[in-house]
Write a protein that binds this ligand. Structure first.
Ligand SMILES: [Zn+2]
Length: 254
């Protein structure tokens, strides 16, 4: 049984889970799917938007410049924004101080299970690369996945807004991929959408007032969410099929 460098078995493309991330798909080992999804989303939101082509997961190839089997062959590694961060180029040259701080937070989040190639030295340094660390066990992957998936978003939840008054509706309707709402709507489901955006996307939504009114600020943040989800031309004044799908993929179940 061929194993990749971290000890995980080499798998075929067909054995991979296709993880939907902003702008594309990363094929990875099924047990790493949630972590890859989380890592790519948080990279997109807190480090830099994902750029395509330039991101990939599973690939059957040796490590560049070596003979060991790359962790990409077991689907336990993925590369983000490869053209911007070539292997061998020092991270200080391709990341800003703020970006490196955001990456610090990701490394802490996945500590003991995933590691970032940007920490390697000399020609090995690989700022695009994330992987399951050597010897990481299935149990460790599942334990971290469960802990993070169950936990609230990495930032504190927003304070409870004042009791709503005067909601006149109409409120949002539908659910999942059928979720729909327009500018001017009001009600508890608009408030749930605002809470989701504010909690999940503190980078640009942390100041959103979750008052249940779909006004200019909610539209501005939905437009930013759409832009970061690679939906072109959305002004944020309604949630249609594309934004509903992106919200669903991002984990909203309102
Ligand atoms: Zn890589």
């Amino acid at each position: 049984m061929a194993a990749s460098q971290n000890g995980w078995r080499v798998i075929t493309r067909a054995e991979c889970t296709d993880v939907e991330v902003p702008g594309g798909v990363l094929p990875v080992h099924p047990e790493f799917a949630w972590l890859a999804w989380d890592c790519a989303h948080l990279w997109h939101e807190t480090v830099e938007p994902l750029v395509w082509p330039g991101c990939w997961g599973w690939a059957n190839r040796p490590i560049r410049g070596g003979t060991d089997t790359s962790n990409h062959a077991s689907g336990t590694a993925w590369d983000l924004n490869a053209p911007a961060h070539p292997q061998g180029v020092p991270i200080a040259k391709t990341f800003s101080k703020q970006q490196l701080e955001a990456i610090d937070r990701l490394e802490l989040r996945y500590f003991g299970v995933l590691r970032w190639g940007g920490r390697w030295s000399g020609k090995s340094v690989d700022g695009m690369h994330w992987e399951g660390q050597p010897g990481v066990t299935l149990e460790a992957v599942r334990t971290l996945t469960d802990a993070l998936a169950e936990a609230p978003a990495p930032t504190p939840p927003p304070p409870t807004p004042p009791a709503p008054t005067g909601w006149s509706g109409p409120d949002a309707r539908g659910s999942g991929l059928g979720f729909r709402v327009e500018y001017g709507a009001s009600g508890p489901r608009v408030q749930a959408l605002q809470n989701f955006l504010r909690t999940r996307y503190p980078l640009y939504a942390k100041l959103l007032v979750c008052d249940g009114w779909y006004g200019n600020e909610t539209a501005r943040i939905l437009a930013e969410f759409a832009r970061r989800s690679a939906i072109r031309g959305a002004d944020g004044r309604n949630v249609g099929p594309q934004i509903a799908r992106a919200l669903y993929v991002a984990g909203m179940r309102a």
